[in-house]
Design a protein around this ligand. Structure first.
Ligand SMILES: NC(=O)c1ccc[n+]([C@@H]2O[C@H](COP(=O)([O-])OP(=O)(O)OC[C@H]3O[C@@H](n4cnc5c(N)ncnc54)[C@H](O)[C@@H]3O)[C@@H](O)[C@H]2O)c1
Ligand SMILES: [Zn+2]
Length: 366
């Protein structure tokens, strides 16, 4: 742990880490652990990690895959299992999976016996570059996502690059959007790297060093921001780029329309258009086109369905946590690798919404 900033957990990124998990955990002083994962990840990677942890005592809890598992009901079930396993304060909880498993396991680790050690073993691009870092854990309520949670940084994050080999392309695309987000916030180099990968967007063919560079750069940007503003009192809110409209689009579709990545991709385009309309992109007027091309390469939508009603989206925007005194607050790009948190008028957002809307009847959902 970094005493100056506990939210910045030590981060190891290597192919083959799962094989060494037992040795790593022993070095941390633990002789037993509880693993939380989901069915998909268990099917692909449980045998590998099981062997890697041997001869440590290991107890596995496998949840159904998907956001539907990130609930208090599941948390309660897991508490029941921990009770049965007599899990004490010295037993760490390990999350093997994407952001859903990581958020839920982290919340369990934060609250079980008022807190037990926690390790993240992220297996999605989203988790490796985003959700495993920064100490936020939590679950959803029927009324909204991530409404209940706790700060509980991992003791360490061990990302085995091999696990990405089984990640479906659609999940890669979602991770690419989050990488694109941090590239827009802080790095023209990362954007160029994403564009090179986007020329042949078949993750199965990506060379390992290129994947490693992608994860290191994108995670590095998030970690730098978290390091400067661990508890989101200012700069960390920049990580909401694309998410203000993105969340409103997700909720407008009842979370069954757009995936998170699709919605945030559209949110990034909207933010760039808002900036462009305000004349903030003068030196980077090619950015919207570059972002659109990248979304297209990953088969992500670039236009809003004609059937989507502004009133429904506006209602979602009005529930945004960042609103100040009734005004909408957006993160807006102000050049390549730079963004600011700015108040915007609802009318400006509506204009961009109309610009992004496909003509009536043409549904281009990617
Ligand atoms: N805590 C944070 O700071 C933070 C940040 C961003 C996102 N999140 C949360 O993260 C969640 C999204 O995370 P996600 O995109 O990783 O989704 P996810 O955990 O649902 O994983 C996506 C899908 O991929 C499967 N999968 C995972 N790893 C795999 C692998 N290696 N091979 C094959 N299949 C695999 C999963 O079973 C699942 O079906 C959301 O709940 C979001 O709120 C949290
Ligand atoms: Zn996101």
């Amino acid at each position: 742990m970094n005493p100056a900033c506990p939210e910045l957990s030590p981060f190891l990124l290597e192919a083959g880490l799962l094989d060494r998990a037992g040795a790593l955990l022993s070095r941390e002083g633990f002789g037993r652990c509880v693993l939380l994962t989901d069915q998909n990840v268990a099917q692909a990677w449980r045998p590998t990690l099981q062997a890697g942890l041997s001869p440590l005592r290991q107890d596995w809890i496998v949840l159904p895959a998907g956001e539907e598992s990130k609930t208090l009901d599941r948390v309660r079930e897991v508490y029941g299992r921990l009770l049965g396993l007599e899990v004490d304060r010295q037993t760490p909880i390990l999350a093997l999976g994407g952001g859903v498993v990581g958020d839920l396991a982290g919340f369990v680790a934060a609250t079980w016996l008022r807190g037990v050690p926690f390790f993240q073993l992220p297996t999605t691009l989203v988790a490796m570059i985003d959700s495993a870092h920064g100490g936020k854990t939590g679950v959803d309520l029927p009324e909204g996502k991530n409404l209940v949670g706790a700060w509980h940084p991992a003791r360490a994050i061990w990302a085995d690059l091999r696990t990405l080999r089984t990640l479906p392309r659609r999940e890669w695309a979602g991770g690419m959007v989050e990488a694109l987000k941090v590239a827009l916030l802080a790095s023209g180099d990362l954007l160029a790297h994403l564009e090179i990968l986007g020329q042949a967007p078949d993750p199965g063919l990506f060379p390992e060093p290129a994947i490693r560079e992608l994860v290191l750069r994108a995670a590095g940007i998030k970690r730098a921001i978290v390091g400067r503003d661990p508890r989101e009192s200012g700069e960390r809110a920049l990580l909401n780029l694309g998410h203000t409209l993105g969340h409103a689009l997700e909720s407008a579709g009842g979370y069954r329309g757009f995936t998170h990545g699709e919605a945030v991709g559209l949110g990034l385009l909207a933010a760039l258009r808002l900036s462009g309309n305000r004349g903030l992109l003068a030196e980077a007027s090619d950015l919207p086109g570059r972002v659109e091309a990248l979304l297209a390469a990953w088969d992500l939508p670039r236009v809003l369905p004609g059937s989507l009603r502004w009133e429904v989206v506006a209602a979602g925007l009005r529930r945004d946590k960042k609103r100040r005194a009734g005004r909408l607050v957006f993160v807006l790009p102000v050049g390549l690798g730079r963004a600011e948190i700015l108040e915007v008028e609802e009318a400006e957002v509506r204009q961009v919404f109309e610009e992004l809307r496909a003509s009536e009847g043409s549904l281009e959902l990617g």
